[in-house]
Design a protein around this ligand. Structure first.
Ligand SMILES: Cc1cc2nc3c(=O)[nH]c(=O)nc-3n(C[C@H](O)[C@H](O)[C@H](O)COP(=O)(O)O)c2cc1C
Length: 203
């Protein structure tokens, strides 16, 4: 297992629909990536908020709703055409995004808790559902993500899992980071006797 393969234990069994196209290509750093300096200020999603964004197959933003624009702190103009990693928070393990891309590019939906970085350096947690979009021939044309406010208790659980994954990734170095942090996550699932989706839905 390495960063280019999806561990068997982590594969979703329910495909949404469409073909099993090869994973999307490289996810390059966005032009604005790295500009925001993380601080400890948190922005909380409101109960009735939905943050929505769409990307092309390479992860470039093609749509963001008003709440996405509000939380990210970037203008619509700045966001459109930019890699979605513009709001990547350094506290997020790489393994989580590897898992996300491996699954969505195969036609699976993914639920995940994500800590995001706003332009002003503050952070905001979301509970995201990411799904592929198809053309009439069943080819993946892009992806979209709909996010709602996570429960504080769920964030507390996933935060400690991600913290450990991040430590593992730092120790492993870039080459083995995803393998090792995903192995740790698989270990948790095995110990609990649940699938990834069952775990995420239960916390
Ligand atoms: C539809 C969609 C929505 C995404 N939303 C986020 C997001 O909210 N935050 C985030 O950090 N990455 C998000 N990603 C993943 C990014 O494309 C990227 O993989 C991640 O930020 C890691 O970037 P890096 O590998 O360049 O560091 C999303 C991807 C897709 C396809």
């Amino acid at each position: 297992m390495n960063c280019n393969t999806l561990p068997q234990e982590m594969a979703y069994h329910s495909r949404v629909r469409g073909s099993t196209t090869a994973p999307a290509g490289a996810i390059d750093g966005g032009a604005m990536k790295g500009k925001a300096v993380p601080n400890s200020r948190e922005k909380r999603m409101r109960e009735n908020d939905f943050i929505v964004s769409k990307t092309d197959t390479k992860g470039r933003i093609t749509y963001g709703n008003e709440i996405f624009i509000e939380f990210s702190g970037y203008s619509e103009e700045e966001l459109l055409g930019t890699q979605h990693n513009v709001i990547r928070h350094p506290d997020m393990p790489r393994g989580v995004f590897k898992f996300l891309w491996d699954n969505i590019s195969r036609g699976n939906e993914v639920f995940a808790y994500v800590k995001n970085l706003a332009r002003d350096g503050s952070y905001y947690w979301v509970f995201a559902n990411v799904t592929p979009d198809y053309d009439s021939d069943g080819n993946i044309t892009g992806y979209f993500s709909v996010r709602r406010a996570p429960k504080a208790s769920s964030v507390a659980i996933i935060e400690s899992v991600y913290r450990e994954m991040l430590e593992i990734e730092k120790r492993a170095g870039p080459r083995d980071a995803c393998d090792e942090s995903l192995s740790y996550l698989i270990g948790i699932l095995k110990e609990k006797g649940v699938s990834y989706e069952e775990f995420i839905m239960a916390i």
